[in-house]
Design a protein around this ligand. Structure first.
Ligand code: COA
Ligand code: AMP
Length: 628
C-alpha cells in the first residue's frame, strides 16, 4: 500500500477511511455515525458505537483461539523475577480484579487512581477498570505526594490502587508514606486503597481505609465486561501544562481502540503473535498506548520491564531482553540509548546477544539527536524510526510508517505525517506558511480517532489551550517546518514545557515550587541542554530584599523542595542567585533569551526588553558557575 494513497484517503475522506479501520475491531454495537459533533462542538468518532476496550485486549483473543499465547512477559532485574501471563491467564486475573473493584462499589464512570511501580498488577488494574467501564488515572510512581494529591483532587477517585513499594535500581521507594501524605494533602477523601504487598518490602495498612490487594482478590468474583459507549472515557492521564496545575488528558474508548489497532499495523508493523517492547513506564502515555493497550488489542506479546537501560545490572539489559523474548519491535526514548552509549561506547554488550528477531528500533518522547541515531544504526544495524507524538494524541502524529511504506530517512526529521493527521505549519496569525518555513505545528481539525476530546473537568482549558488560538486547528505546542517532500522537522516546544530524560515537565510548575521558598522573591526555571537527559532544569533566583543566604545552602533547599513537591524525576539540581531577571517593559520575564544564554545559543536582544544590561550580567553569572 502506498503511503501517499493511504494518507490522501485519510485526509480527503476521513469518515470512509476510519469506518474501514473501525470495521477491524469487534464492536458490541457497530457505529453507524462515524463522525459527529458533541454538545461542546468537538468532533467525536464512532459516536453511537458500543464496545469494551478490555474485551478487545483480552477476551476477544481467548475467544479466537489465542488463549494459550503469551500476552504479557514481566521481566524485573530489580527483583530478579520473571513471569509470563497467557491471554487466558491475564483475562482471568483482570476479570477477578474487576470484580474486586466492583465489590468496593466502583461503577461505570467512577475514577480509580493507579499509583504503581512497573509490576503486572499495574496493567491488570488498568484493564480491570476498563472491563467495568471505570476510568483509570495512572500516576507515575516517581511523583511526590503533592503531585498525587493534585491528581486526587482533580480526578476524585473512589479507589486508589497502589503497592507497598517501588524499586529504583537498588533503592526501595516506600509508597505508603507517599500515599498517606497525598491523602492528607488532598481535599477529596478517598474511602478505599487497595495495596499490593510486594515481597521486597511490605507496609502497614491503615485500618478502615486500606485493603490488602491479594487477600481481597481471593474473595472476589470475576466481573463481566461492561458495555460502554465509544465516547465514554477510558482513562484520564495527567500531563504537564504551562501552569502549575497538570492537565487531565481524556481518552475515549472507541477512537482509542481503533487508533491503537491501526497504529500497531501501520506505524510499528506488528502482527498477531509478534513481541513488542516499549521500554517505558505505565505512568506515561507510551506505557498506556504501547505497553498495555495497543499490543494487546493487536494480539501481540508485550514486555513489561521493571528496570533501567543501565545499572540493572549493566548496559546490556536492553539487548538481553530482546534476545530472551525474541523482541521484534523495541520502543524507547533516545535518552535510554544515550545512557547505554555512555556506559558501553562501542556497544560491545550487544554483540553478546542474538538480536536476529529484532526488526526495528522506535524512538520518541524527545528530540532524537543525530549522534544517538547514528550510534544505534551503526551498532544495531536495524532501521531506527523517530516518531513524534504527545500525551494528547495518544499515537504518532508523524513517523516513518513501517507497516505502510517505509521511506528514506532525513537526518533530524520525524519523517511524514501519519494518516489521519492533517499537519500544517502556521504563522503567528494562523496562516499556513510555505515549504521549509518555520512556524507553529498545528493539526487541521478533525483530529483523528484516539486524540483527546477534552481536559478532564475543564473543557474551557482544552479550548483555550489547544483550539482557541487558530480557528479550525489544534496546536501541538511544538514548532517546526515541512520540507519540499512533506518531511516534518520538529524543532522543540514553543512554550515552557521541557523534556527531561523523555519525561515531560513544566518549568512553570517548578517555578511555583521554587518561588514558595521564604528567601525567594522571583525566579525563572529554564531548560538547559544535557548530554544524557536532553534537557535539565536550571533555576535563576532573585532574593527578597534584605535576605542574606549562602547560595549553596539555598540551592540544596530548593533542590529538596522540588524533590518533595514534584519528585526526584524532575531532576532539578541547579539553582543560581541572580541580581536581576531580564523582563519586558510590561514586566514579563524573557525566558527564551535566558534559555539561549544558558545553552550558549546566539540571541537577539528583544526590542521589548526593559534593561538590556541585565543580559550581560546573567551571562557572566552563569559562566562563572560553569553553567554555560
Ligand atoms: N519512582 C521513584 N523514583 C523515580 C522513578 C520512579 N518510578 N523514576 C525515576 N525516579 C527517580 C530516579 O531514581 C532519580 O532519583 P535520584 O535523583 O535520587 O537519583 C530521579 O528520579 C531521576 O530519574 P531519571 O531521570 O530516570 O534518571 P536516572 O539517572 O535514574 O536514569 C536514564 C537515567 C536515562 C537511565 C533514565 O532516565 C531512563 O531510563 N530514561 C528513559 C525514560 C523513559 O522511558 N521515558 C518515557 C518516555 S518514552
Ligand atoms: P509527552 O506528552 O510526554 O509524550 O511529550 C510530548 C512532547 O515531547 C512533544 O510535544 C514534543 O515536544 C516532545 N517529543 C515527543 N516525541 C518527539 C520526537 N520524536 N522528536 C522531538 N520531540 C518529541
Amino acid at each position: 500500500m502506498s503511503y501517499q494513497h493511504e494518507y490522501q484517503a485519510s485526509i480527503d475522506h476521513p469518515q470512509a477511511f476510519w469506518k474501514k479501520q473501525a470495521d477491524k475491531i469487534q464492536w458490541f454495537k457497530e457505529p453507524s455515525q462515524i463522525l459527529a459533533k458533541d454538545a461542546n462542538g468537538i468532533d467525536r468518532w464512532f459516536v453511537d458505537g458500543e464496545l469494551n476496550t478490555a474485551y478487545l485486549a483480552l477476551d476477544y483473543h481467548v475467544l479466537n483461539g489465542r488463549g494459550d499465547q503469551v500476552a504479557l512477559i514481566y521481566d524485573s532485574p530489580v527483583t530478579g523475577s520473571k513471569r509470563t501471563y497467557t491471554y487466558s491467564e491475564l483475562t482471568e486475573a483482570v476479570a477477578r480484579t474487576a470484580g474486586m473493584l466492583a465489590a468496593q462499589g466502583v461503577e461505570q464512570g467512577d475514577r480509580v487512581i493507579v499509583y504503581m511501580p512497573m509490576i503486572p498488577e499495574a496493567a491488570i488494574a488498568m484493564l480491570a477498570c476498563a472491563r467495568i467501564g471505570a476510568v483509570h488515572s495512572v500516576v507515575f510512581g516517581g511523583f511526590a505526594p503533592h503531585e498525587l494529591a493534585v491528581r486526587i483532587d482533580d480526578a476524585e477517585p473512589k479507589v486508589i490502587m497502589t503497592a507497598s513499594c517501588g524499586i529504583e535500581v537498588d533503592r526501595v521507594i516506600e509508597y505508603k508514606p507517599i500515599l498517606d501524605a497525598a491523602i492528607d494533602l488532598a481535599a477529596h477523601k478517598v474511602g478505599c486503597c487497595l495495596i499490593y504487598q510486594r515481597d521486597t518490602k511490605t507496609c502497614d495498612l491503615t485500618s478502615g481505609r486500606d485493603l490488602d490487594w491479594a487477600e481481597t482478590l481471593r474473595h472476589a468474583q470475576p466481573a463481566d465486561c461492561a458495555t460502554v459507549k465509544a465516547t465514554d472515557p477510558l482513562y484520564v492521564l495527567y500531563t504537564s501544562g504551562t501552569t502549575g496545575k497538570p492537565k487531565g488528558v481524556v481518552r475515549d474508548n472507541g477512537g482509542h481502540a481503533v487508533a491503537m489497532k491501526y497504529s500497531m499495523e501501520v506505524v510499528y508493523d506488528m502482527q498477531v503473535g509478534d513481541v513488542f517492547w516499549a521500554a517505558s513506564d505505565v505512568g506515561w502515555v507510551v506505557g498506556h498506548s504501547y505497553i498495555v493497550y495497543a499490543p494487546l488489542i493487536a494480539g501481540c506479546t508485550t514486555v513489561f520491564y521493571e528496570g533501567k537501560p543501565v545499572r540493572t545490572p549493566d548496559a546490556g539489559s536492553f539487548w538481553r531482553v530482546c534476545e530472551e523474548y525474541g523482541v521484534k519491535g523495541l520502543f524507547a526514548a533516545p535518552t535510554a540509548f544515550r545512557a547505554i552509549r555512555k556506559e558501553d561506547p562501542d556497544c560491545a554488550l550487544a554483540k553478546k546477544y542474538d538480536l536476529s528477531k529484532l526488526k526495528t528500533v522506535f524512538m520518541a518522547g524527545e528530540r532524537l539527536d543525530p549522534p544517538t541515531y547514528d550510534w544505534v544504526i551503526e551498532h544495531i544495524q536495524r532501521p531506527v524510526v523517530d516518531h513524534w507524538w504527545q500525551t494528547e494524541t495518544g499515537w504518532a502524529i508523524a513517523g516513518n510508517h513501517m507497516g505502510l511504506e517505509p521511506t528514506a530517512v532525513k537526518a533530524g526529521s520525524v519523517t511524514r505525517p501519519s494518516p489521519g493527521y492533517n499537519v500544517q505549519i502556521l504563522d503567528s496569525k494562523g496562516k499556513p506558511v510555505g515549504r521549509n518555513e518555520q512556524g507553529s505545528i498545528a493539526i487541521k481539525l478533525p483530529l483523528p480517532p484516539g486524540c483527546l476530546p477534552t481536559i478532564w473537568g475543564n473543557h474551557d482549558r482544552f479550548v483555550a489551550g489547544y483550539l482557541g488560538t487558530y480557528d479550525g486547528y489544534y496546536i501541538t505546542g511544538d514548532g517546526g517546518y515541512l520540507d519540499d517532500d512533506n518531511y516534518l522537522f520538529v524543532l522543540g516546544r514553543t512554550d515552557d514545557i521541557i523534556n527531561v530524560a523523555g519525561h515531560r515537565l513544566s518549568t512553570g510548575e517548578m517555578e511555583e515550587v521554587v518561588a514558595g521558598h521564604s528567601a525567594v522573591a522571583e525566579c525563572a526555571v529554564i531548560g538547559r541542554h544535557s548530554d544524557l537527559k536532553g534537557e535539565e532544569p536550571l533555576g535563576l533566583v532573585l532574593l527578597k530584599d534584605g535576605v542574606d543566604v549562602d547560595e549553596d545552602t539555598l540551592r540544596q533547599e530548593l533542590v529538596q523542595r522540588v524533590r518533595d513537591q514534584i519528585g526526584a524525576v524532575a531532576s532539578f539540581r541547579d539553582a543560581v542567585i541572580v541580581q536581576r531577571l531580564p523582563k519586558t517593559r510590561s514586566g514579563k520575564i524573557l525566558r527564551k533569551v535566558l534559555r539561549n544564554i544558558a545553552n550558549n545559543e546566539e540571541y537577539q536582544t528583544p526590542s521589548t526588553i526593559d534593561d538590556p544590561a541585565c543580559l550581560g550580567e546573567i551571562e557572566q553569572t552563569l559562566s562563572s558557575k560553569g553553567l554555560r
